[in-house]
Design a protein around this ligand. Structure first.
Ligand SMILES: Nc1nc2c(ncn2[C@@H]2O[C@H](COP(=O)(O)OP(=O)(O)OP(=O)(O)O)[C@@H](O)[C@H]2O)c(=O)[nH]1
Ligand SMILES: [Mg+2]
Length: 304
């Protein structure tokens, strides 16, 4: 009996949603960083074996939006929790308090009437004895609003702890059905989008708080050619768009050092993905308040 279906992963920013999806799928479909609000739009990660096909939907972390981009990020989450087979609600074990965002998430998922699995992540960072207390608090709140977790699974994506149990539990709640995607499909994110995301990941990792959160990356040229030695080379021209002139200076850095750092680490990952040489050129541009302009929200808006 073959089973297939959709599994949405929701939670607050930084809980480890993208890290989990990448680990289970076995391919980096989504970027991950120590900074909150890394993921901006829904990304599918598909894993197929002889008995099942699970289509994971990684979503942006739930937060109170400050601009149009934030509003569209939350719309991504809203659509991703409707009509799926399983919702994994991921909580960071190191930040277990139920705050407004957690309440909003639980209220929204209760309303969908979907199967919900509570997943407590990062248990490698807390004492084992504390897990039960976290579970009880979440269980009680969810029950108080009329919900019920089908399963509660403590995990550590880092230590691969609990992941097999999680997969088995998900499969239990998938309906019988055929392949939804081709066997070899892994994601719905395009090569261009992956390149943009890799560059954003390096910007998030190398720049301080406020600057990288106001960054948008756009691939302007993506072309394969043969060099003189008849080897394939990709010419990739990319705009890094930021919101302020002062940010542009920071992104470029002294004598261009920061931009070089972002570019060379991104190039390594892009070459790894494309399995060919990459000639990567980065340009920094200023577009004030782009996050509040409908025309500039691109895939954050169109992938809902
Ligand atoms: N200690 C520990 N850290 C983890 C674990 N899983 C993920 N992390 C870290 O948590 C941070 C956030 O991970 P992400 O996967 O980007 O989190 P996210 O939930 O997708 O975040 P948003 O996209 O902002 O919503 C990263 O630094 C991860 O390396 C884990 O099992 N243990
Ligand atoms: Mg993420």
């Amino acid at each position: 009996m073959f089973k297939s279906g959709y599994v949405t992963v929701v939670g607050k920013p930084n809980a480890g949603k993208s890290t989990l999806v990448n680990k289970i799928v076995g391919f980096k479909v989504a970027i991950t960083t120590p900074k909150p609000q890394t993921t901006r739009f829904n990304i599918k990660g598909i894993i197929t074996d002889e008995n099942s096909q699970m289509i994971f939907i990684d979503t942006p972390g739930v937060h109170t939006p400050k601009d149009k981009m934030g509003e569209y990020m939350m719309k991504n989450v809203d659509t991703a929790i409707q009509s799926v087979d399983v919702i994994i609600y991921m909580v960071d074990a190191t930040k277990p308090t139920i705050d407004k965002a957690n309440e909003t998430i639980m209220q929204n998922i209760v309303n969908t009437k979907n199967n919900v699995i509570l997943c407590i992540n990062k248990i490698d960072k807390i004492e084992k004895g504390k897990i039960l207390k976290i579970i009880t608090v979440y269980d009680e709140y969810f029950k108080s609003i009329g919900g019920e977790f089908k399963e509660v699974i403590p995990i550590s994506v880092y230590k691969q702890d609990g992941l097999d149990i999680l997969k088995e539990s998900i499969i239990k709640y998938l309906p019988e059905g055929d392949l939804i995607y081709e066997e070899d499909e892994i994601t719905d994110i395009t090569e261009r989008e992956i390149i943009e995301e890799i560059i954003r990941e390096k910007a998030l990792n190398n720049l301080e708080e406020e600057v990288p959160h106001g960054i948008k990356v756009e691939v302007q040229r993506f072309k394969k050619r043969k060099n003189r030695q008849k080897q394939a080379v990709y010419d990739i021209d990319v705009d890094i768009i930021c919101e302020k002139m002062s940010h542009k200076g920071i992104i470029i850095g002294k004598d261009g050092a920061m931009l070089k750092k972002i570019g060379s680490s991104a190039r390594i990952d892009i070459e790894d993905m494309l399995q060919d040489k990459v000639n990567l050129k980065l340009w920094v541009k200023v577009r004030p308040d782009w996050q509040d302009n409908e025309n500039y929200l691109g895939n954050i808006k169109s992938r809902i």
